[in-house]
Design a protein around this ligand. Structure first.
Ligand SMILES: NC(=O)C1=CN([C@@H]2O[C@H](COP(=O)(O)OP(=O)(O)OC[C@H]3O[C@@H](n4cnc5c(N)ncnc54)[C@H](OP(=O)(O)O)[C@@H]3O)[C@@H](O)[C@H]2O)C=CC1
Ligand SMILES: O=CC(=O)O
Length: 291
């Protein structure tokens, strides 16, 4: 199967290499061209523009940073829309809001193309090992056609119905993720400042009813001040912002998520946006009792 792939950030690089390793022919494009080199070394071809990739491939996948990037790659000059026509499929795996997804869907389908949103749950390592959870919605026939690729990229794919449902599911999941990360950060600092060994806290958490792969996976690195990015904090803050907007639209009060969003905003203002979202721990460490 031949696919186009737009966006070779942390996720896109791992996912496109995974497709190549599993026998797919892949044509890639990335705004910063040099990021194509490693994927080309695994056998990918390069398209000069998103439009060229779509022209050459029946199905094109994108995973881009945020709504602005997702829209730009479709609507701007040399963008996806210039080459979408009957029979072409476009799958956007970026984490965006449902409005962005619907706007892209309308544009693609108005030109005869097929659109599927398919944001993913899981981070850099699940992307590398093909263990993502795929939250697809939109064109069911395109979903069926993409299943062989999804089976390489993920451990489980969900088809959630109409366009927008995948985006909403992803935002709900990441709203919880970001809130939990804040509570976990507060717990680590509270344990340490109150004289406990935070490594003991990790062991205790691991055995109880709130045991969580994220605590075990990220806790030791957080205690070493290692926040090398798997899931960049700026993207987690974007997800909190979009989830809060979804809460507004639906009249859902979310004080915990709102507080978590403020902490991520604070972390961004401290210059931590490109680090892992676990770097929100630094905002908790900031507050020290002076007397
Ligand atoms: N990292 C993770 O753990 C996960 C991330 N996600 C989501 O996946 C998406 C990608 O994440 P990730 O790979 O980590 O992000 P990165 O920041 O590593 O990569 C972002 C990608 O978007 C591209 N991009 C940004 N702005 C534009 C633009 N205006 N025009 C064209 N391309 C643009 C970047 O290009 P360039 O290289 O030129 O900057 C790069 O290819 C995000 O929506 C994120 O929320 C979902 C699940 C897990
Ligand atoms: O979006 C991030 C993730 O880990 O999922």
């Amino acid at each position: 199967m031949e696919v186009g792939f737009l966006g070779l950030g942390i996720m896109g690089k791992a996912m496109s290499i995974n497709l190549l390793k599993n026998g797919f022919k892949v044509t890639v494009w990335n705004r910063t061209l040099s990021k194509c080199d490693e994927v080309v070394a695994h056998g990918a071809s390069v398209g000069a523009t998103p439009a060229e990739v779509v022209k050459n491939c029946k199905i094109t996948i994108a995973i881009l940073s945020d709504p602005a990037a997702a829209l730009s790659v479709v609507f701007d000059k040399d963008g996806v829309l210039e080459q979408v026509c009957n029979g072409k499929g476009y799958i956007d795996m970026s984490t965006v809001d449902s409005q962005t997804s619907c706007k892209i869907s309308e544009a693609i389908t108005s030109k005869g193309g097929h659109f599927l949103e398919a944001p993913v749950s899981g981070s850099k390592q699940p992307a590398e090992t093909g263990q993502l959870i795929i939250l697809a919605a939109g064109d069911k026939a395109l979903y069926e056609e993409a299943v062989p690729a999804f089976n390489v990229l993920g451990k489980k794919s969900f088809f959630l119905g109409q366009t927008g449902n995948g985006a909403k599911m992803k935002l709900v999941v990441n709203m919880i993720l970001g809130s939990v990360m804040n509570a976990f950060s507060e717990g680590l600092v509270l344990a340490e400042r109150s004289g406990l060994n935070p490594h003991d806290l990790l062991d205790v958490l691991d055995l109880g009813g709130i045991a969580n792969p994220m605590f075990r996976g990220k806790g030791p690195a957080m205690l070493r001040d290692d926040n090398s990015p798997a899931f960049p904090l700026k993207h987690q803050q974007k997800d909190m912002r979009l989830a809060l907007a979804l809460g507004d639209e639906n009249g859902v009060s979310m004080p915990v998520a709102a507080a978590a969003n403020e902490a991520f905003k604070k972390a961004r203002s401290m210059g931590l946006g490109d680090l892992d979202f676990s770097a929100v721990l630094e905002t908790v460490k900031l507050h020290k009792q002076s007397s």
